[in-house]
Design a protein around this ligand. Structure first.
Ligand SMILES: *Cc1c(COP(=O)(O)O)cnc(C)c1O
Length: 360
């Protein structure tokens, strides 16, 4: 390029992408990384061996395109989810981010509108705009919960083509009662996406929105293997919905979008679901310890049904974030005033975070 450095503004970029900022949680090689809600426990050795065997087998057929319909994987997800769900109701892609992108490509796009209640998952507006639709932010109560009255009123006002309900909500941790989902579904006409990325960390008796699927053709429940399943690096997300809605997603996916290696790894991991999920109780215990200790340190931890804690009462979040960074601990400044978010790690990582914070 003859030494000439172009800037983004110099390129004929799509007008509707100008000024947008890419997703960019810092990836710093710090000893204690508790910033993107990963499961920080590695995959157990014997499970890793079995997954490797499956990948090795898939590699021998890698000269051929993979099963476009990822049939075995969809059966695996249907079995895992239960609730009488069948493989015809399952879709999967490279992370639930791609699953959400498929929903937006099929039901959003130019001239359409997506809606979410702020603060919520930062990827909803990015994915919405990148696929050409408009994104509208609604509001929550001061404790980040959603009342039926307020949620229904806002949804009726905005009349979205796609509604995102993050349950429990990232970055706040807030649970979302099924009654709210039922009410907004009844008062909307668009696709209602319930993002249950953290459902496995909620109390066991907390019902999933999967129970609402029968008779609700516009309802989508998305899940991911990135959090509870300790599989973030494999990039596997999925959703359950009416078979007709799954057909709509086939229109927008790239052919063979899930590689044979990804399918083999995910199918093998699902065979070991109880072991893969074995650390969930331990993570929940660390999360509760973090909340209790933050409270004792004088911070204000918010109610959470996830693997992370949002805490307020931080005078200067940027300064506290940097002080922790200096001490080798990476957490997340999600842009909520006087607040920071920390992922529950192993016992040692959680202790390192709490000790570092106490010393700030
Ligand atoms: C982490 C997260 C996801 C998962 O994204 P993947 O692409 O599956 O890794 C989805 N939704 C929310 C709210 C999340 O926090």
């Amino acid at each position: 390029m003859g030494g000439v450095t172009l800037r983004l503004d110099d390129l004929p970029l799509r007008d509707d992408l100008r000024g947008l900022v890419p997703y960019g949680a810092p990836q710093a090689p710090l000893p204690v990384a508790l910033n993107v809600n990963e499961n920080t426990h590695p995959v157990p050795e014997d499970v890793a061996d079995d997954i490797l065997d499956s990948i090795a087998q898939a590699l021998r057929e890698i000269n051929r395109y993979p099963d476009r319909e990822f049939t075995t994987l969809r059966e695996g997800f249907a079995d895992y989810l239960g609730h009488g769900i069948t493989r015809e109701q399952i879709w999967a892609a490279n992370g639930s981010n791609e699953v959400l992108q498929h929903v937006l490509q099929a039901f959003g796009g130019p001239g359409r509108r997506a809606f979410g209640f702020s603060p919520t998952y930062s990827m909803y507006p990015l994915l919405t705009r990148a696929t050409g639709a408009e994104y509208v932010s609604g509001t929550r109560e001061s404790d980040y919960s959603l009342s039926i009255e307020s949620a229904v009123r806002q949804v009726e006002e905005v009349d979205p083509d796609i509604l995102f309900l993050c349950a429990p909500n990232n970055p706040t941790g807030t649970p979302l009662p099924l009654e709210v989902i039922e009410a907004v579904y009844a008062h909307s006409r668009g696709i209602v996406v319930v993002d249950e990325a953290y459902q496995e960390f909620a109390p066991r008796d907390e019902p999933s929105a999967l129970t609402l699927l029968p008779g609700r053709g516009r309802l989508v429940v998305s899940r991911t293997m990135s959090k509870a399943f300790a599989f973030a690096g494999a990039r596997v997300g999925y959703l359950a919905a009416d078979p007709a809605l799954i057909d709509a997603l086939r229109l927008v996916r790239l052919p063979y979008h899930l590689s044979g290696l990804t399918q083999a790894a995910a199918v093998a991991a699902l065979r070991h679901a109880p072991t893969m999920l074995g650390m969930v109780d331990e993570i929940v215990a660390q999360r509760d310890r973090i909340s209790a200790t933050l409270d004792a340190l004088g911070y204000l931890p918010h109610e959470t049904s996830t693997n992370f804690v949002l805490f307020s009462g931080v005078e200067d979040p940027a300064a506290t974030w940097s002080a922790l960074y200096e001490r080798g601990v990476l957490i997340r400044d999600v842009g909520i005033p006087h607040s920071l978010r920390v992922t529950a790690g192993t016992e040692a990582e959680s202790t390192a975070f709490l000790d570092a914070l106490a010393s700030v």
